[in-house]
Design a protein around this ligand. Structure first.
Ligand SMILES: Cc1ncc(COP(=O)(O)O)c(C=O)c1O
Length: 394
C-alpha cells in the first residue's frame, strides 16, 4: 500500500471511501465508528452538509489568492479566533508544525526587539510533541524523532508538573520561550496540572520568558472549552492551533497578545498558501457551529464517553487509567495498545495508539449519544478478549 511513498508511516490497509458524521465506510462497504477523526481533526465529522455546500461554493469562486491580497474571510477568521482566545493578532499556517515554527521565530524576534538577542533557546516539557520541522522537532521530547537530525535548536526539558525544575531552567537558560501542551496529546493524553499551568504563567512573567501554549491538539473546542487552558483561567502570550480549525482542510494559526502583535515586520515571516479563501470559508463554517453550541455536545458526549470508560476500568483489569477531558480521552492499558487498536479496527472502531500503552479517543465533535454508547459496547467487547497481564508496559 506504500507504493511510491516514503516510508514515514505504517499505513493500515483499510481504504475509506466516504462517511457521514462520525461514521466511515471502507471500500467493501463496511461501516466504522470513527473515534480518531483523522488524528483529532475532522471536528464536523464527514460530509457535513454546511461544510460541503460552503466548500463547493467557494471552489467555484476563488480557491487561492496568496497573502499579497486582502480577503474578508481571512480577516473574519482572524478576528473571531482572537475573540475566542483572548489574543490580538493571528498568523495563519497550513499545519500545526508551521504554527509552532511561527511561535518559535516570533519568540526569537521578540527577544531581539527587547534588546536580548542572546535569548535564543527554549524550554519544553518532557513527553511533549510539537511537530516535525527542524524547529518544532527540536522541542519534541521523543528522542527517536530528534536523534537522526542533530544538532538541533537548543532546548531544555522539564518534567511535567515540576514548577521548581521549571524555575531553575528559566533562570539558568534565560530562554526565549517556554512551550507546553496543556494536555499532551502524543505523550499519552496527559493533562498538566492547573497548579503547574498557573505557576508556569507566573514564572514566565517574572523571568520575561514568552509562554507558548501549543493547543494544536487540545484547542478549538476539543475539551469542551475553546482552549484547554481556559478551564483553568490561564492566558499565555502565544497560542498555536490547527487540527480541527477548518474542519479537515489544512490550516493552522499562531495567535499572540496585543503586546506581541507587531513583533514581525513585513517580510519577516510568510506563507504562500496559508489563510486563503477556501480554508477560511471552511473555518467560518466550523466557527459558526461553535457559536451555535457545538462545544456543548463535546462536553456532554465527552462526559458520557469518560463515564463509560471509567465503568470499563472497574470491570476490566486490562484498563489501567482513563485520561483527558471532553472529546480528548485516553485509555491507558496494561498491555501495549497497538494490538488492541488492530482488534478494534476489526470490531469497526477507529482509534489509535499513543505513547505505546494508551488508546487515543478523539472523535468528531458531532458524535451522537447513540454512537458513544455503541463505541463503548464495542470497546468493552474487544478489551474483554485481551488478558490483563499480557506482555507490555506495566
Ligand atoms: C500538540 C501538537 N503540536 C503540533 C503538532 C503538529 O501538527 P501537524 O501534524 O499539523 O503539523 C501536533 C500533531 O499531532 C500536535 O499534537
Amino acid at each position: 500500500m506504500d507504493e511510491g511513498l516514503m516510508k514515514t508511516y505504517a499505513r493500515a490497509d483499510e481504504v475509506f471511501v466516504d462517511g457521514r458524521g462520525a461514521i466511515l465506510h471502507d471500500s467493501t462497504g463496511r461501516e466504522y465508528l470513527d473515534l480518531l477523526a483523522g488524528i483529532a481533526v475532522s471536528a464536523l465529522g464527514h460530509a457535513h452538509p454546511e461544510l460541503v455546500a460552503a466548500v463547493r461554493d467557494q471552489v467555484g469562486k476563488v480557491v487561492h489568492l496568496s497573502n499579497l491580497f486582502r480577503h474578508p474571510y481571512t480577516e473574519q477568521v482572524a478576528t473571531r479566533l482572537c475573540a475566542l482566545t483572548d489574543m490580538a493578532a493571528a498568523f495563519f499556517t497550513n499545519s500545526g508544525t508551521e504554527a509552532i515554527e511561527c511561535a518559535l521565530k516570533l519568540a526569537r524576534k521578540a527577544m531581539h526587539v527587547r534588546g536580548q538577542p542572546e535569548r535564543t533557546s527554549f524550554v519544553a516539557v518532557e513527553g511533549g510533541f510539537h511537530g516535525r520541522t527542524l524547529g518544532a522537532v527540536s522541542l519534541t521530547w521523543n528522542e527517536k524523532y530528534r536523534k537522526p537530525f542533530q544538532p538541533l535548536q537548543k532546548v531544555t526539558w522539564v518534567p511535567p508538573d515540576d514548577a521548581a525544575a521549571l524555575e531553575r531552567a528559566l533562570l539558568a537558560e534565560r530562554p526565549a520561550a517556554f512551550v507546553l501542551e496543556p494536555i499532551q496529546g502524543e505523550g499519552g493524553i496527559r493533562e498538566l496540572s492547573p497548579v503547574f499551568l498557573r505557576a508556569a504563567r507566573d514564572l514566565c512573567t517574572k523571568t520575561g520568558t514568552l509562554l507558548v501554549h501549543d493547543e494544536v491538539q487540545s484547542g478549538c473546542g476539543r475539551t469542551g472549552r475553546f482552549l484547554a487552558a481556559q478551564h483553568h483561567g490561564v492566558v499565555p502570550d502565544v497560542v498555536t492551533l490547527a487540527k480541527p480549525i477548518a474542519a479537515g482542510l489544512p490550516m493552522g494559526a499562531c495567535l499572540v497578545t496585543a503586546a506581541l502583535a507587531d513583533t514581525f515586520q513585513k517580510g519577516e515571516h510568510g506563507s504562500t498558501f496559508a489563510g486563503g479563501p477556501l480554508v477560511c470559508r471552511a473555518a467560518l463554517v466550523f466557527l459558526d457551529e461553535v457559536e451555535r453550541g457545538l462545544l456543548g455536545n463535546v462536553a456532554e458526549r465527552g462526559a458520557e464517553m469518560r463515564d463509560g470508560l471509567l465503568a470499563l476500568q472497574k470491570d476490566l483489569p486490562i484498563v489501567r487509567e482513563v485520561r483527558g477531558r471532553g472529546l480528548m480521552l485516553g485509555l491507558r492499558l496494561r498491555h501495549s495498545a497497538d494490538l488492541v487498536q488492530k482488534a478494534l479496527y476489526q470490531a469497526g472502531v477507529l482509534v489509535n495508539c499513543t505513547a505505546t500503552d494508551v488508546l487515543r479517543i478523539v472523535p468528531p465533535f458531532v458524535i451522537t449519544r447513540e454512537q458513544v454508547q455503541e463505541s463503548l459496547r464495542r470497546i468493552a467487547a474487544t478489551l474483554a478478549t485481551f488478558p490483563a497481564a499480557a506482555k507490555g508496559p506495566q
